[in-house]
Design a protein around this ligand. Structure first.
Ligand SMILES: [Zn+2]
Length: 296
């Protein structure tokens, strides 16, 4: 368990929970979550049920998509106690990354400009377009913000078999790692190179980006552990389990697909563990240069 209670929460967090529906999501946008729910509940056969239901409703003159649309003036549901707890945890973890990276930048004679974090439910509008929580937590360089649906923390436990709050902290630290890459100019360099090469090489470069963000998450764990003593025995294992659980090979295998390394953009589970540990053991940004590493 991460010892986070009573610690500082970041001011850079924007609470947009419960806002996606009242903002009037088009009905079609709800299809994906509905499909996910039906498949999760009834298996692929659930799709057949949906199709039969759809045709049936149309036959009696009801537009099924209209049923999916939110009521026009629907009041936002107040967040649950659990969601509030996860919100507080995420805000505290963001503050911990601010402290760690603030000190790192200060040591190099620079000022750290931290990212914003937007906590949302369902859908969110970002400088990277409208996104669904189905894509998982993400960092948008356009508005230098980490986007997070706290439901992902539940999914880490239920869907990816990686329970424990350090797994959630690791995911936040990884996204903040992308912020570090953005403000240090690494992301821009990578995008420039990607524009000049083919898809396969571009994906390989993307893997190095992702593994570096894992390594940066490790640096955060290293420093947070030494400076704030917020970690307990077993926390790092939880982080490593999360890193394994969301490796591309594991995700592809769980999705019932063949594992095709050339389409990997995050690295294998083993690679993600290795680079997280590199950052965690060294606490050094130099140790995280995945771009010159001969072996990932
Ligand atoms: Zn990433």
């Amino acid at each position: 368990m991460v010892k986070w209670r009573g610690r500082r929460q970041s001011d850079n967090v924007e609470d947009r929970r419960g806002m996606s529906r009242s903002a009037g999501m088009p009905a079609a946008g709800l299809l994906v979550p509905v499909l996910r729910f039906v498949i999760g509940r009834f298996g692929v056969g659930g799709i057949a049920l949906l199709v039969v239901g759809y045709i049936g409703l149309q036959a009696i003159g009801v537009n099924p998509l209209a049923l999916l649309a939110p009521a026009p003036q629907q009041a936002a549901q107040p967040p649950s106690a659990k969601s509030n707890e996860q919100f507080a945890f995420a805000s505290t973890m963001l503050a911990e990354t601010e402290d760690v990276w603030g000190r790192k930048f200060a040591a190099a004679g620079q000022r750290y400009a931290p990212p914003k974090m937007v906590v949302f439910t369902g859908y969110v509008q970002s400088a990277c377009g409208q996104q669904s929580s189905a894509v998982g937590p993400f960092y948008c360089p356009g508005d230098k913000s980490v986007y997070l649906d706290t439901q992902f923390f539940d999914e880490l436990a239920t869907r990816f078999g990686a329970p424990g709050d350090f797994g959630s902290a690791y995911v936040i630290a990884h996204e903040v790692g992308h912020h570090i890459q953005t403000i240090t100019g690494i992301s821009a360099q990578v995008r420039q190179r990607q524009a000049a090469i083919g898809q396969v090489e571009s994906n390989q470069l993307q893997v190095r980006m992702e593994l570096q963000a894992d390594c940066y998450a490790g640096i955060w764990a290293h420093d947070a552990d030494r400076q704030a003593r917020i970690l307990e025995q077993g926390d790092i294992d939880e982080g490593l389990r999360a890193a394994s659980a969301i490796g591309d090979d594991t995700l592809q295998r769980n999705a019932g697909r063949h594992v095709t390394p050339e389409s990997f953009t995050h690295g294998t589970s083993a690679q993600r563990r290795r680079w997280f540990m590199k950052g965690y053991e060294s606490g050094s940004v130099e140790a995280c240069d995945t771009f010159v590493a001969a072996q990932l």
